[in-house]
Design a protein around this ligand. Structure first.
Ligand SMILES: [Zn+2]
Ligand SMILES: [Zn+2]
Length: 341
């Protein structure tokens, strides 16, 4: 089968590799129908963080093509979505539902082969795979893999209430997903901040209010009765963006960090202001998205949220290297790139 392999920063290839086989009785094999490039894969592609050469990719949906003899719930022929990592289900963290803290945590494209491939072996399949209804197309369902489920987990963790104002720094796929989900959860004003005009335009098309130029904090204050946003969100993945978002939250508000992994660049962070203003810092990190798949799939199926416009490009799997290049260069008004095996 074809799979995308990472060789080093900026160097990917699509190769013929062995198809995965069932290894454990609890495994399933999924034939991938749509995969997607995730922003969390970009820092290693850019050479900013280490990645071991090998398979890449962790967002995918597909159809179950084989199951081990211990698999009871998942069935061959069923469409399903998987989280980007699998958990054992029995350790200290798993027992608390913190599946991404699993002591035997295995992520696709890191500990397991990558999901930018034609087939993927999913360990502990009964616990990890979530069935997809027939009427839900892949280009919407793939947002249940991590993006919409992740922002739903994060916005739930800060207690977003109907009518809340939300300011999002960063209008890439994560920021746009946060804006969409905030609106779906009943947010009032949703402000979208980004240096790139095309990304602010995308935010406006999805219903947010783009804010640009100088004095962003002052503009948001002016629009919120002089207070600032109830919830300020960093959706860039840099410490600088977190510091910028920190200046947008109101007193007793919340500051939510959505970057899976912030860069290690030292920045002046207004921690004194956060404490003095009672702003609660909530790092989303890698939330246990599996726990949020059922409600998000309901939202997608019911049509109350439509993230499909966030996918700007759908490429053949063989064109994955071009997809990564495009995102790294912010070329062609790119947002999210989907890959079709
Ligand atoms: Zn991801
Ligand atoms: Zn575990």
């Amino acid at each position: 089968m074809k799979a995308v392999l990472f060789h080093g920063p900026g160097r990917l290839s699509v190769e013929d590799v062995a198809e995965p086989r069932l290894e454990e009785a609890t495994d399933a094999i999924v034939k991938v129908s749509l995969a997607a490039i995730c922003g969390s894969e970009l820092p290693s592609y850019r050479g900013l963080i280490e990645r071991t050469p090998g398979g890449i990719g962790h967002e995918f949906v597909g159809t179950v093509s084989a199951i081990g003899e211990g698999v009871k719930r998942v069935q061959v022929g069923q469409r399903a979505v998987s989280p980007g990592s699998v958990a054992c289900g029995g350790c200290f963290y798993c027992k608390q539902g913190l599946l991404t803290g699993c002591e035997r945590f295995q992520a696709f494209g890191r500990h397991l082969p990558g999901a930018h491939a034609e087939y993927v072996r999913v360990p502990n399949a009964d616990a990890m795979l979530e069935a997809l209804p027939d009427g839900l197309p892949d280009e919407k369902a793939i947002f249940a893999a991590g993006l919409l489920t992740g922002v739903y987990a994060a916005l739930t963790s800060v207690g977003l209430k109907a009518g809340d104002s939300v300011a999002v720094v960063g209008c890439g796929p994560t920021g746009l997903s946060a804006q969409l989900m905030a609106r779906t959860m009943g947010a009032g004003q949703v402000f979208a901040i980004d240096h790139h005009g095309y990304r602010r335009d995308a935010a406006a098309k999805l219903g947010a209010t783009p804010i640009d130029g100088d004095g962003i904090a002052a503009k948001i204050k002016a629009a919120t009765g002089g207070r600032g946003a109830d919830i300020a969100i960093e959706a860039v993945g840099t410490a600088e963006a977190l510091a910028e978002a920190a200046g947008l939250a109101r007193r007793w508000g919340a500051l939510l960090s959505l970057g899976t992994e912030l860069d290690k660049k030292p920045v002046l962070f207004p921690i004194g202001n956060l404490v003095g203003e009672h702003v609660r810092l909530a790092p989303a990190g890698s939330p246990p998205v599996k726990n949020y798949m059922a409600p998000v799939i309901k939202m997608l199926t019911g049509g109350v949220i439509d993230p499909a416009p966030i996918i700007t490009h759908t490429l053949a799997l063989s064109e994955a290297p071009r997809g990564f290049e495009m995102i790294a260069a912010r070329r062609d008004s790119v947002l999210k790139v989907a890959l079709k095996p």
